[in-house]
Design a protein around this ligand. Structure first.
Ligand SMILES: NC(=O)c1ccc[n+]([C@@H]2O[C@H](COP(=O)([O-])OP(=O)(O)OC[C@H]3O[C@@H](n4cnc5c(N)ncnc54)[C@H](O)[C@@H]3O)[C@@H](O)[C@H]2O)c1
Length: 443
């Protein structure tokens, strides 16, 4: 770690190579879980955290006919509301665990569960996932899976040691457009890939200042750290297009943040004098732009802003030697396309490239509606993989790599935007691993 300015500049100039030592994989004797199949079984689910997101996930798992055995939330009324959703679906009342922050430890110890789903505030994801895996349960956690590099390794090491999967529930990978574009990328329509754009641009100011839901915990994170705090919604789909952890991997990242203005401005306009929120100092730069270089030389522009007026946008763009796709709104341009340099519609490509999952389950997914239907497709697909004894589409290595930009961007910002290497969570296995999640989905 550089201590003087001279050392600091030296580290910045030599970049990834200099800092690489800091990111070496911890030694292990455990085997990889890449490609590890679930033992075919009927999921018996325990849910931890049934606030906004957990309740929505629960509805989707119920729609996929999953047996829900146990529910945990520190707020008893939320657990009871969730319990009534299960009984309304015709199942026996799941047992509730509401006695404090560590009640989840009793839930994960139950013998009858084989899957634990976690939808709690970020700081709880890793302790809960690790405890569930140590008790022999496969685990699916909300995003981001982890908030530090140490936590990313904890997930990887625990999955390998316990031979349990830890899946990050990155629903955007199951979006209709994302799955369509992934199929087109894999069919070679974009040629050799060069760069992608990914983002989480979502005006969360009202939610962050609410006295319920995410307002109770998420605004605080903006007082604790700077960086690309919530990278996975944009990055997951782009990582899939590029085959990250499947023939390529994130190599290093550089990061820049603007000043932090938006939350203080919102508070000045909306929060009465004397409210405890006036004690807070927001330090997360409003717009964070991080650039990721992959081992094969591709570039990803990764943005984050939740503190300012902005129409919702994940960018979701991929470009290669033969064309480019951009989202929000979805549009496509291929070399030689009729109509000059105007973007065209993605509609004509659906007949050939629409995902079989969307073809089969699209109607019910749209009816249930979570994020345009992607939430049901995600839950349905996870359950299908478990029932049929397949390997999951996304694994603990994806969870770790896609969560890592938050802590790595923080490190880069602290070093004047110096390049910071990604750890290789696969311990070299990315080189030989081929294909992409779509290959399995088509199977
Ligand atoms: N994938 C998506 O589209 C999406 C959307 C929204 C939120 N999320 C993620 O879902 C997670 C939850 O977000 P949310 O919007 O539901 O927040 P929320 O505040 O509405 O819900 C969190 C719930 O966890 C409970 N909880 C807190 N600590 C707990 C503990 N120790 N044990 C048991 N329960 C505990 C809270 O009481 C609350 O009910 C976050 O990780 C968030 O990033 C993902």
């Amino acid at each position: 770690m550089p201590t003087s300015r001279r050392e600091f500049l030296g580290a910045a100039a030599t970049g990834a190579a200099t800092l690489a030592l800091a990111q070496e994989a911890p030694p292990t004797t455990a085997q990889t879980v890449i490609g590890m199949r679930f033992e075919p079984l009927n999921p018996r689910l325990g849910m931890i955290g049934v606030g906004g997101r957990g309740t929505s996930l629960l509805k989707n798992f119920l729609a996929a006919d999953v047996q829900v055995q146990a529910i945990c939330d520190v707020v008893a009324e939320k657990a009871q509301q969730a319990q009534s959703l299960v009984t309304k679906a015709g199942q026996a009342a799941p047992e509730l665990y509401t006695n404090g922050d560590h009640a989840f430890e009793s839930l994960v110890a139950r013998e009858d569960l084989n899957l634990v789903v976690i939808a709690t505030p970020w700081r709880w994801h890793v302790p809960m996932a690790v405890a569930a895996m140590r008790h022999g349960k496969h685990t699916a956690t909300e995003v981001p899976a982890a908030t530090t590099i140490e936590e990313c390794w904890q997930l990887v090491d625990t999955a390998e040691q316990t031979r349990r999967h830890c899946i990050m529930l990155e629903n955007c990978c199951y979006g209709e457009n994302e799955m369509l574009v992934l199929a087109m990328v894999r069919a070679g329509l974009f040629g050799d890939l060069l760069y992608g754009e990914a983002a989480y641009l979502h005006d969360l100011r009202e939610e962050l200042f609410s006295n319920k839901g995410q307002g109770l915990w998420r605004r605080t994170i903006h007082t604790e750290r700077d960086g690309n705090l919530y990278p996975t919604h944009g990055l997951g789909p782009v990582a899939n297009y590029m085959g990250i952890n499947r023939g390529d991997r994130f190599d290093y990242l550089v990061s820049m943040s603007t000043p932090s203005k938006g939350l203080a401005a919102y508070r000045a306009a909306h929060v009465p004098a004397g409210d405890p929120k006036w004690q807070e100092k927001y330090i997360d730069g409003d717009m964070n732009v991080s650039l990721i270089k992959t081992a094969n030389g591709l570039v990803i522009n990764l943005q984050h802003d939740v503190s300012n007026p902005h129409p919702y946008d994940r960018l979701n763009s991929i470009a290669g030697t033969k064309g480019i796709f951009k989202d929000y709104p979805p549009r496509i341009y291929f070399d030689g396309q009729p109509g000059g340099e105007d973007y065209g519609s993605i509609e004509p490509y659906k007949a050939q490239y629409e995902s079989p999952l969307w073809k089969k389950q699209g109607e019910i997914a749209r009816k249930l509606g979570g994020h345009g239907g992607m939430d049901f497709i995600e839950c349905y697909r996870l359950v299908e993989c478990i029932r049929h004894g397949l390997a999951p589409d996304l694994d603990v290595y994806d969870a770790a790599a896609w969560s890592a930009p938050a802590p790595l961007s923080r490190q880069s910002l602290a070093r004047g935007s110096a390049p910071i290497p990604f750890p290789d969570f696969t311990r070299g296995k990315w080189k030989d691993r081929k294909g992409s999640p779509i290959a399995q989905i088509e199977a």
